[in-house]
Ligand binder design. Structure first.
Ligand code: M6R
Length: 603
């Protein structure tokens, strides 16, 4: 969603802000803008619909050393120059990520309509600050906080305070840092990672004054708040394409290493061990049922978790879409384990669902990729995945590290609850450790897959079918294809097709069939024959070395001979590459699909 950056220091602000906005392009946006203070007490404003490069073309000031920048993902009001941020009212300029729920009421109550030129909720806050400003930014912001409702991360410039940026947040993420070149605020670390790996999360409802020589924070009662600095273990190169055409392709290729980084520190003597995270075995002992809550791809990783845990633990596991869970009456008790899964750790629906779950159980555990993010901080326990920064909107490496974490959890729960012997758990973990090198082998299929997707590019529809773990996986394959290639794709349990959907199978429709589960192999093959007989163009993914019969499929992608429980890692590489090459073949940029944002921080 919207990207925010602010810089004040000894260097030119304009380039730093434009570079930071470029690094945050992956978040998804439709317009960009920047405001900076001039020593004479003025605020200069530049903004435009389009890309950061369009903004760069209209920015001519390299003198200012203090400014704020924004990429907007439209929510309230269309994609227009007026609606782009920053919003300037009087001598106040403001950038905003989030949604102000009571902006209509504020306009009426404070008689602001004549100050407004946009349709946005954000401009109303700028107008309110301008109206209430009494020469003391902190005091004014406190007053405004008592009026506005909703989620927000605000960066504010006051013309009479050149060199200072003020900010405050509720729910919407915002980080800060001070380093030798000056001070920064940003929605995410990629914006300033080239300057420092150190950062802190700005606490909610804390008024932050950002100056060249340091950052001051105070709570609503006027007490000083000290920043709690964290440090990431990746650097600017991890947020660059490194010779790949797209971040998505780079991230597909990074999966083996991401899994190694995620699982290796948690395997001791061949068994899963979460003691470094302070999670001891008692935590898992009385777990009676599990609810996994997430959105999109992270939810699909949860579905893999459900399939595994139910198979080995034989306890009920529910996977719930976060935006549904938060408005339901949860069926949880104190022995229910709630696992929230999120790459960004900031997805607002998942965060709200976690908050609700905590009213019912203390056993909340999150699988999160971004250190110190809201979901990580608010869960009772967190297991960080170590995918490194995921820049492409289409999630790839985050999915496989989340899935790998569910394999560790399955073995841990199995051992603690005496459902898995030590020997079986060791064999299971050994299979998991073999995954990265098997995935490497699959990456070499790219030329073959690219060729196959020529056929996919011609279709408006595609189906993914499988049974068991393959069905769980095919949901993610379908999501990948539709979000970046804009081909309508659906995943179906192979046995369910003939209960309706097979009516849609016509000549040439691509069907990607995954058949890696031995116990249902012959059943899936029968289902494939059914679609093939109706003219489908079938790409089969299986371990079967004897597929020669073209009455079954048009193309066969062969999986290595690994245990059935572990084929998902090899299969997903194929599905990700099918989506990637189909999108690129159709001329789309898979890193920035239309209408999508990387981190969904609005409801
Ligand atoms: O940051 P999160 O993992 O919480 O994001 C959840 C979804 O928005 C995300 O997985 C989305 O579905 C993917 N980017 C799609 O590829």
């Amino acid at each position: 969603m919207c990207g925010i950056i602010g810089y004040t220091g000894s260097l030119g602000a304009s380039d730093i802000i434009l570079d930071g906005l470029t690094r945050m392009e992956y978040r998804g946006y439709d317009s960009a803008g920047m405001a900076y203070t001039t020593p004479s007490g003025k605020i200069a404003l530049r903004k435009t619909v389009g890309k950061v490069k369009d903004l760069r073309a209209i920015c001519d000031d390299d003198e200012s050393t203090c400014g704020i920048g924004h990429t907007r993902w439209a929510t309230h009001g269309g994609v227009t120059n007026a609606n782009a941020h920053p919003h300037k009212v009087g001598n106040v300029a403001l950038i905003h990520n989030g949604i102000i729920e009571n902006y209509h009421e504020i306009v009426k109550e404070y008689n602001l309509s004549s100050d407004l030129v946009s349709e946005t909720d954000s401009e109303v806050v700028a107008a309110l600050i301008n109206k209430l400003y009494d020469g003391d930014p902190t005091k004014t912001i406190k007053k405004v906080l008592s009026i506005i409702q909703g989620s927000f991360a605000l960066g504010i410039l006051f013309g009479d305070r050149p060199g200072s940026i003020y900010c405050v947040r509720n729910v919407s993420p915002m980080l800060g840092t001070h380093c030798k070149d000056g001070s920064f605020i940003a929605s995410d670390l990629t914006a300033f990672i080239q300057f420092t790996k150190r950062y802190f999360i700005i606490p909610e409802y804390t008024i932050v004054t950002v100056r060249k020589d340091g950052i001051l924070m105070e709570d609503l009662d006027g007490n000083n708040v000290e920043p709690e600095y964290l440090e990431v273990n990746w650097d600017v190169s991890a947020a660059e394409k490194d010779g790949y055409d797209h971040f998505m392709l780079k991230e597909i290729h990074e999966q083996p290493q991401s899994i190694i980084r995620t699982i290796t520190p948690r395997i001791k003597d061949g068994l899963p061990d979460f003691s470094d995270e302070g999670i001891d075995d008692d935590f898992f002992k009385n777990v009676s049922d599990i609810t996994i809550i997430a959105c999109g791809t992270a939810m699909h990783a949860g579905i893999i978790g459900r399939t595994l845990i139910q198979k080995y633990l034989k306890i009920p596991v529910t996977v719930t879409i976060a935006s549904e869970f938060r408005y339901e009456q949860p069926i949880l008790n104190e022995n229910s384990l709630v696992i929230t899964v999120s790459q960004s750790g900031e997805t607002i629906d998942t965060l709200a669902a976690l908050r609700l779950a905590k009213e019912y159980t203390n056993k909340t555990l999150s699988l999160v990729n971004v250190k110190g993010s809201s979901i990580a901080r608010e869960s009772n326990y967190v297991l960080y995945t170590h995918a490194g920064p995921e820049i492409a909107v289409a999630s790839t490496k985050a999915y496989t590290v989340q899935a790998s974490m569910f394999y560790l959890l399955t073995a841990k729960l199995g051992l603690v609850q005496n459902k898995m012997s030590v020997d079986d758990a060791k064999a299971f973990i050994k299979n998991l450790e073999a995954v990265p090198s098997m995935m490497e082998n699959m990456l070499s299929l790219d030329t073959h897959i690219k060729e196959l997707t020529k056929r996919m590019q011609q279709s408006n529809n595609a189906f993914f079918i499988g049974r068991g773990l393959d069905y769980s996986l095919s949901m993610e394959g379908a999501l990948k294809l539709k979000e970046i290639s804009y081909i309508h794709a659906e995943a179906y349990a192979a046995g369910e097709l003939k209960h309706g959907t097979i009516a849609l199978i016509t000549e040439g429709i691509p069907v990607i069939a995954i058949a890696s589960q031995q116990h249902v192999y012959s059943k899936v093959i029968s289902n494939i024959r059914e679609v093939k007989a109706r003219g489908a163009y079938v790409i089969l993914i299986s371990k079967d070395e004897n597929i020669t019969d073209n009455s079954i499929c048009d193309a066969h992608l062969r999986l290595p001979d690994v245990d059935d429980d572990f084929t998902m890692f090899e299969s997903i590489v194929i599905l990700q590459m099918i989506a990637y090459y189909t999108a690129v073949g159709k001329g789309f940029n898979p890193d920035q699909p239309r209408n999508l944002a990387k981190s969904v921080t609005v409801e």
